[in-house]
Design a protein around this ligand. Structure first.
Ligand SMILES: CC(C)(COP(=O)(O)OP(=O)(O)OC[C@H]1O[C@@H](n2cnc3c(N)ncnc32)[C@H](O)[C@@H]1OP(=O)(O)O)[C@@H](O)C(=O)NCCC(=O)NCCS
Length: 135
C-alpha cells in the first residue's frame, strides 16, 4: 500500500473506470485529481500487486471533516481483505489528523458497498439526504 502521486493519475482514471462504484458517471477529470494531490499529497491511498493498482480509497480531510470516497477494489481481487486494509490505513491517517468521525456517500442499491461499509462498522444515517447544485 502506498500513497498515490500525480504520475499515477492516468492509471487511477483507468482503474476507477472499471472498479469504481458508479459505472455511468462521467469520466474523472485528471486536472481535478491532480489538484487534490497538490492540496493534500496523502489523500489517495492505493493497493498494488506486481506494480498494478488493485485498490484505492480517498481519505479527504478539510481540517474539520473526514470524507472517504473512491473505495474500490479490482473486481478480480475482491473478497480478499484489500478493501479492509485500505480502509484501516485511511482511517488511521484521518484519526492522526484529528478526525472524530468518518463518512462516506454510497449509492442507493449498492449492496456490495453497503455490506462492506457495514462490515467495517459504519451505520446508515436514515435522516440525511444529499443536496447538490452544480457550480
Ligand atoms: C466495496 C469493495 C471496495 C470491498 O472491497 P473488498 O476488497 O472486496 O473488501 P474486503 O475483502 O476487504 O471485505 C471487507 C468486508 O466487507 C464484507 N464484504 C465484502 N464483499 C462482500 C460481499 N460480496 N458480500 C458480503 N460481505 C462482503 C466482508 O464481510 C468484509 O468483512 P470481513 O473482513 O469482516 O469479512 C468492493 O466490493 C468494490 O470495489 N466494490 C465496487 C465499488 C464500490 O461499490 N465501492 C464502495 C462505494 S463507496
Amino acid at each position: 500500500m502506498r500513497r498515490a502521486d500525480v504520475e499515477d493519475v492516468p492509471a487511477l482514471q483507468a482503474f476507477w473506470a472499471v472498479a469504481g462504484e458508479n459505472a455511468s458517471r462521467p469520466g474523472d477529470d485528471a486536472a481535478l485529481v491532480e489538484n487534490l494531490l497538490r492540496r493534500d499529497a496523502d489523500a489517495i491511498l492505493v493497493a498494488e500487486v506486481d506494480g498494478e493498482i488493485v485498490g484505492t480509497v480517498i481519505a479527504g480531510w478539510d481540517g474539520w471533516r473526514a470524507h472517504l470516497y473512491r473505495l474500490a477494489v479490482d473486481p478480480d481481487s475482491r473478497g480478499q481483505g484489500i478493501g479492509r486494509l485500505l480502509m484501516r490505513a485511511a482511517e488511521a491517517r484521518l484519526r492522526s489528523l484529528g478526525a472524530i468521525r468518518f463518512d462516506a456517500m454510497v449509492l442507493s442499491g449498492n449492496t456490495l458497498g453497503e455490506r462492506a461499509w457495514a462490515a467495517m462498522g459504519y451505520e446508515l444515517q436514515e435522516d440525511w439526504r444529499r443536496w447538490v447544485r452544480f457550480a
